[in-house]
Design a protein around this ligand. Structure first.
Ligand code: NAD
Length: 362
């Protein structure tokens, strides 16, 4: 009798919880009692190893719960280093079984760009929320398919634009929004580094390489965030100083953007040149940020003497915590899939301009 009463009461509590969380599939399925979401990293290359896994040791709203890798030796090393249970370790073939794993709330895709679509769609079909590294994918069609898959499966999609979580970049966005110095007239935006590798996906077209498949989106984001507008016309030129390495993709891209307000941007991005800055000239002042898209230490100043220098412990930890808080509270993500797609729309226009030698209207 006692037992029956307890079972009855607990089933009532469950029913109540189900009603309470019915608007949010995440909370309904797993997280009613969770104060931290479990993240599974897909692809254990440089960014996962050196930045995301260490950041996940600092996060408050999420933790490293699982891994997906094609290399058994990496699985062993990560398992030992981060105490990941066997049941949370997948390879690319059995990945879809993650659907049955309540420890994993979010799948974070950290693979070469051409693989993002496949793994985002598979994660969505498995009913998991998805974080996906930038650039979102090589084409607008891929991005749209990823957005559609997440909508269809009622999961959310965030793009790993860590800079949009950085208060130093947010300061630039605020100036644009408030029109602190009037309209934006001219932007110079640069993002590049010298990449000494000779046989990497960044040099491979089929894997989504080329500088626009990597650093290029930082130069582009600098211009888009500084205006708060979408460019309407693009003129671009691709070049390389190492044709033996950059055989099928560009090492350097220079592109000019025109915005609806009349603002113009000159953007440069390269795998052969170290550069990282944003300069915005407004009707009545200026803003400079150097670096503009580093992992830490982004800083700058404005013509009225305002200093931009907000140190943060870890951009990646802040990004994942803020995105997980948005999932838990069912609020807007800072950089959802639609934001990733906006960049790729411009990237496609950049390549069209390079191919035609003409200005392209978006
Ligand atoms: P990486 O080459 O170091 O790692 C790629 C991973 O994908 C490796 O573990 C590799 O084994 C795996 N992989 C699976 N199939 C592959 C294939 N066919 N070819 C190549 N690799 C394959 O690359 P990375 O620098 O870690 O970049 C991964 C993603 O993260 C990219 O989208 C990149 O733009 C992004 N990234 C973002 C930042 C940032 O600051 N947000 C920084 C670096 C990289």
């Amino acid at each position: 009798m006692q037992l029956e009463r307890r079972e009855f009461l607990s089933s009532l509590a469950l029913a109540g919880a189900a009603t309470l969380f019915s608007g949010n599939p995440l909370l309904a399925s797993t997280a009613a009692a969770k104060d931290k979401l479990g993240i599974a990293l897909v692809g254990l290359g440089y960014y996962s190893t050196d930045l995301l896994a260490p950041a996940l040791q600092q996060t408050e709203k999420c933790y490293l719960a699982g891994i997906v890798t094609g290399t058994p030796a990496k699985a062993e090393a990560w398992k030992a280093k981060y105490q990941i249970p066997d049941k949370n370790i997948y390879n690319y073939q059995n990945f879809d079984q993650i659907a049955n794993n309540p420890d994993i709330d979010v799948v974070y895709v950290v693979l070469p760009p051409s693989m993002h679509r496949e793994f985002v769609v598979r994660a969505a079909k498995a009913g998991k929320h998805v974080f996906c590294e930038k650039p979102m994918a090589p084409s607008v069609a891929d991005c749209q398919a990823m957005i559609d898959a997440c909508k269809k499966n009622k999961v959310k999609l965030a793009i790993g634009y860590r800079c949009q979580h950085d208060p130093n970049i947010q300061a630039v966005m605020k100036v644009a929004k408030a029109q602190k110095f009037g309209k934006v007239k001219m932007i110079n935006s640069a993002a590049g580094y010298f990449d000494a590798r000779t046989n990497h996906w960044k040099q491979n077209k089929a894997l989504g390489g080329g500088v626009m498949g990597d650093m290029g989106v930082y130069a582009l984001q600098g211009a888009r965030l500084a205006t708060g507008e979408e460019p309407v016309r693009v003129m671009a030129q691709a070049s390389t100083t190492r044709p033996d390495i950059y055989k099928e993709v560009e090492e350097t891209m220079m592109f000019m953007l025109e915005f609806p307000s009349g603002a113009r941007a000159a953007c440069q991005t390269s795998f052969g040149i170290n550069m990282n800055y944003l300069q915005v000239n407004y009707e009545k002042g200026w803003l400079k940020l150097e670096p503009q898209s580093a992992y830490n230490g982004n800083k700058g100043s404005m013509s009225d003497g305002t200093v931009i220098n907000f140190p943060i412990k870890s951009q990646q930890a802040k990004q994942m915590d803020e995105d997980c808080a948005a999932l838990m509270n069912n609020t807007e993500l800072i950089a959802p899939g639609e934001e990733g797609l906006r960049d790729i729309r411009v990237v496609e226009a950049i390549y069209k301009s390079v191919a035609s030698g003409k200005t392209v209207t978006i």
